[in-house]
Design a protein around this ligand. Structure first.
Ligand code: ADP
Ligand code: MG
Length: 581
């Protein structure tokens, strides 16, 4: 070693080191994730430099493959991670590892951005965005498990080899490696951790393999552990959707969802605003909750630049999308994301909104362009989740409502209709959407509540389960039109001109002259009606009968029970009655 000197960490760095070593990560294993991600960034930067192909750029050891090598040494109790990436000069070492809030990646981007804007060279920027670094906490995490760290690095453009050594307290040492030193370093960076005794368990190859598989399985450069390649699965989500074969998707789906089926739907997209995100989401061909199995856990994992942040994250999709499987990657997220940090939670909330919106628009697209698949495969399997969303998720309720499908009294072929279709068939005077709850289609068709609506030639949605009934009550309006149960007492159908209807119900219209009511459905005289009402009240008692009055709504049924304000209550009681049966 020559030109040896001791330098002090920047004051904030000392503080940060303290935090990192003592509390930042509860899961100490993540130091490896941080170092692997740095190595991967360094390789990516080198690849970018090479592909930018400027003529005066000479990369040393250009035949060395771009890879990450991890070795364990039980004798020294050390763990070494080496990459063949860009490496660092002595100045860069001081700047990148001696100070914080000056993330090397951040500077790299600034420089690159200046370069590309000068050269009107757009492609570079895209690639560069892939390596934007965040707040520089990552590297220091190695001091959680090591009491001494040695970084040996040689810039890809050539130049002296620098060695940086520290125990992670106040100072670090910097030296140049002498030309005749036998530990000479090739291009790139080698980081050697001398492990604290309580972490000697990390010297096991199986243990390291397990950590790598968990966090770094999709890193795009080969990771070799004691000479064997660990990461074998491609990060399919980061590929260009145009270039991915269906088989590749299916294999990846089976891998991440631990599934045996073929996915019903694949959604692969990338967005740049309001935040950078790459997502590969799957709808499985079936879900397990319907077999009475327990509630599913979330199925989408969160990555940042191919490195795992959180497996099966509960926060990146709403609860009602728990059947979705896959991977979401956002380079805007720090690896050590924390729910306690408001800016992190804000990012996650933003991400969730982007993903939910995209997912729902994919469903809308399926409903429109592949309606058979939507109605026969997706909807029967997953409609409950959409309905759960309608009841729980105020923000997406209008979008979800568009995705619902119903039988009605008019679609005799049992094709399901959407609320939009229903609205497009409204009668001109109609400003409400009507629905009727009955156990089956047959019961609905025969319901006395339906009579007057049929006569007025109105379409009525049929709902068959207490849950659907509940959904309708929750939704309450669609596109400004109230959803009204036909059981409600104050529905006034008199404005619907029944003559418009084709004249198939002849005897009804004939009856019109037998009373004062214009449509003639009232077959009792006024005094007779009062008698009947009195009889109902006397027989059933005042607390069961709110009011009883003659109605023009009925055609062939003598009487119906209608709802007043306690309607929702009744519906809920019905749900309790039937849901656990
Ligand atoms: P971040 O990766 O978020 O920038 P880190 O603390 O993980 O923060 O790393 C700080 C900086 O140190 C990096 O931005 C990079 O410039 C430099 N660095 C770390 N590891 C390597 C490496 N293996 N090769 C080259 N540079 C590295
Ligand atoms: Mg890092």
């Amino acid at each position: 070693l020559k030109n040896q000197k001791t330098l002090e960490f920047q004051a904030e760095t000392k503080q940060l080191l303290d935090i990192v070593t003592n509390s930042l990560y509860t899961d100490k294993e993540v130091f490896l994730r941080e170092l692997v991600s740095n190595a991967s960034d360094a390789l990516e930067k080198l690849r970018h430099l090479q592909s930018a192909g400027s003529k005066d750029l000479v990369v040393i050891d250009s035949d060395r493959p771009l890879q990450i090598t991890i070795t364990l040494d039980e004798v020294e109790s050390s763990l070494t991670i080496a990459d063949t990436g860009v490496g660092m000069t002595a100045d860069e070492l001081v700047e990148n590892l001696g100070t914080i809030a000056r993330s090397g990646s951040k500077n790299f981007i600034a420089q690159l951005e200046a370069e590309t804007s000068a050269n009107h060279h757009d492609a570079g920027l895209d690639i560069a965005r892939g390596i934007i670094g965040k707040f520089g906490v990552g590297f220091y995490s190695c001091f959680m498990v090591a009491d001494k760290v040695q970084v040996t690095t040689r810039p890809a453009r050539g130049g002296p080899i620098t060695v940086w050594t520290s125990d992670g307290t106040g100072t670090y040492e910097l030296a140049e490696l002498a030309d005749d030193d036998e530990t000479r370093q090739d291009r790139g960076t080698t980081i050697k951790l001398f492990l604290k005794e309580e972490y000697w368990s990390l010297l096991s190859e199986a243990k390291i393999q397990e950590i790598l598989t968990k966090y770094s399985n999709f890193v795009q450069f080969p990771i070799l552990l004691n000479g064997n390649r660990v990461n074998t699965v491609q990060a399919v989500w980061s590929m260009d959707p145009k270039e991915v074969e269906r088989d590749t998707y299916v294999d990846f789906y089976k891998y991440v969802a631990q599934a045996i089926d073929d996915p019903l739907e694949i959604l692969h997209f990338r967005a740049d605003a309001p935040l950078e995100v790459q997502a590969l989401l799957f709808i499985p061909s079936f879900h397990s909750e319907k077999y009475g199995m327990e509630r599913m856990d979330p199925g989408v994992s969160l990555y940042s630049r191919k490195v795992l942040i959180e497996s099966k994250s509960p926060d990146i999709l709403p609860d009602w999308l728990r059947f979705v499987k896959g991977v979401v990657d956002s380079e805007d997220l720090p690896l050590a994301i924390s729910r306690e940090k408001p800016q992190d939670s804000a990012l996650i909330a933003k991400l969730k909104r982007v993903l939910t919106r995209r997912f729902l628009s994919q469903l809308e697209k399926m409903a429109k362009k592949e309606s058979d698949k939507y109605l026969k495969e997706f909807y029967p399997e997953y409609n409950h989740f959409l309905k759960e969303g309608v009841c729980q998720d105020f923000e997406f309720q209008p979008t979800l409502a568009k995705l619902l499908r119903f039988e009605t009294n008019k679609n005799t072929s049992r094709n399901l209709v959407s609320l939009d279709e229903y609205i497009s068939n409204l009668r001109p005077e109609q400003d409400q959407i009507y629905y009727l709850t009955a156990p089956t289609r047959e019961a609905a068709a025969m319901s006395p509540y339906l009579e007057a609506f049929e006569r007025a030639n109105l379409e009525v949605i049929f709902v068959y389960t207490a849950i659907d009934d509940f959904v309708m009550a929750n939704l309450s309006t669609y596109e400004g039109r109230p959803l009204v149960s036909v059981e409600k007492s104050d529905i006034d159908l008199s404005k619907f001109d029944t003559k418009e209807k084709e004249d198939e119900d002849k005897d009804e219209t004939d009856d019109a002259n037998d009373g004062s009511s214009h449509d003639g459905s009232s077959k009792l005289s006024a005094t007779e009606a009062i008698d009947v009402c009195m009889w109902f009240k006397d027989t059933l008692g005042e607390n069961k009968v709110g009011s009883c009055r003659p109605s023009s709504r009925l055609v062939s049924s003598p009487a119906i029970v209608t709802d007043n304000e306690s309607g929702l209550m009744r519906r809920m009681m019905r749900m309790v009655d039937t849901s656990d049966g």
